[in-house]
Design a protein around this ligand. Sequence first.
Ligand SMILES: Nc1ncnc2c1ncn2[C@@H]1O[C@H](COP(=O)(O)OP(=O)(O)OP(=O)(O)O)[C@@H](O)[C@H]1O
Ligand code: SF4
Ligand SMILES: [Mg+2]
Length: 298
Amino acid sequence: MNASSCDACKKTDCAANQRGKTESEQEFRDRQKLLSRLCRIRHKVVVLSGKGGVGKSTVAVNLAAALSLSGKRTGLLDVDIHGPSVPTLLGLEGQTLAGDADGIVPVEVGGLKVVSAGFLLGDPDEAVIWRGPLKMGVIRQFLADVEWGDLDFLIIDSPPGTGDEPLSVVQLIGSLDGAVVVTTPQKVAAVDVRKSITFCRRLDLPVLGVVENMSGFACPKCGEVTPILGSGGGRRISEDMGVPFLGSLPFDPAVGRACDEGKVFIHHDASTPTARIMREIIRPILELDGPDSGNRAD
Ligand SMILES: Nc1ncnc2c1ncn2[C@@H]1O[C@H](COP(=O)(O)OP(=O)(O)OP(=O)(O)O)[C@@H](O)[C@H]1O
Ligand code: SF4
Ligand SMILES: [Mg+2]
């Protein structure tokens, strides 16, 4: 795919075919290249949180895997440039991105197309110092130069906070379905989730819902959930701020284990109570593609 995809396209009223008054030929071609990739991806969802370590990547990986397992053509883009964890969570450490005449080829695992900043870094222990414009350039490349092909869903995992990466994603994609905001039950996390929701509002990005993670402890023997740090904060914030609440996921040692072993929890431990809760939480996202879409993920 290159700029000629737009030249040959019959959608003459598409914004990609109107060159802006102040746009140079190169800027116009770059925009067409980006839009011609994005127009082949039906749904785009970004996973956000105000605070680090709340389980964004875990939610993003399991959501993408569930979509892929349910037969949806799915991509997972990890734009966490300073701390990419998707390669570890999917057991893809050491993989690198290859390229061909049509662009960068994603790493594929069980049909899921994966691109992570981690595939660009030789040494995972190396500190990366990339400033805002450079980060935006890399994220633009991940969207415009990657051979995503025709996808039903692209799930985007971002670093914590409302910084350059999620901002670049929203600005470059423009037409996201929305954001899933992940939080934990603690009060300090609740403050951060409000900031994430405000960030979405400022950018006209719909909030698809809030997930409260590590809410209670799931017994490793029977799966029964005991509240330990209090819970319900995610639901209260959702109600206060008028956004959907997707559900509470307990702290379950099996989730941590699956992440460490590079196994997708929702698939590997599919019969556990926590996996069932996870499937309920992500069902509304699956249903973005139609009300019966979630069934095959069960
Ligand atoms: N429900 C859960 N039960 C047990 N462990 C969990 C759960 N959710 C996430 N974890 C573990 O918590 C750690 C942090 O999760 P994760 O990497 O998904 O968070 P994050 O929000 O993406 O972090 P960062 O802000 O660094 O990107 C991981 O080790 C993961 O295995
Ligand atoms: S962005 Fe897509 S729909 Fe629009 S002109 Fe290009 S190929 Fe056609
Ligand atoms: Mg993460």
